[in-house]
Design a protein around this ligand. Structure first.
Ligand SMILES: [Zn+2]
Length: 98
């Protein structure tokens, strides 16, 4: 009985961390998605896998300047800004080019 409870606890933590890992890869809140994966198990992981990517995308615009496409509003912002020039959505440091 105790072994079954330990396996169940391990599985719920595993699914929580799995959902968190997918969410962080998509620029989402890892803490919230850990709880979702912990509570809803494989359904939380599936939900994390199905959600859209919120991370900004780098491109070079028509003038040859590197810009970031904001996933919050869809507008272009110069690379040197930490927030979107249009909606002020924070990009974070993980989107930066090496
Ligand atoms: Zn924006």
């Amino acid at each position: 009985m105790i072994i079954a409870a330990c396996i169940l606890l391990f599985m719920t933590f595993f699914l929580g961390f799995w959902a968190r890992r997918i969410a962080l890869g998509k620029g989402r809140n890892g803490y919230i998605w850990f709880v979702i994966g912990f509570l809803f198990g494989i359904f939380g992981v599936i939900a994390a896998a199905l959600m859209t990517n919120k991370k900004p995308t780098h491109i070079v615009n028509a003038n040859g300047d590197p810009v970031i496409i904001c996933h919050h509003c869809g507008k272009e912002s110069p690379m040197h800004l930490n927030v979107c020039a249009n909606c002020h959505y924070g990009f974070g440091k993980d989107y930066r080019l090496p």
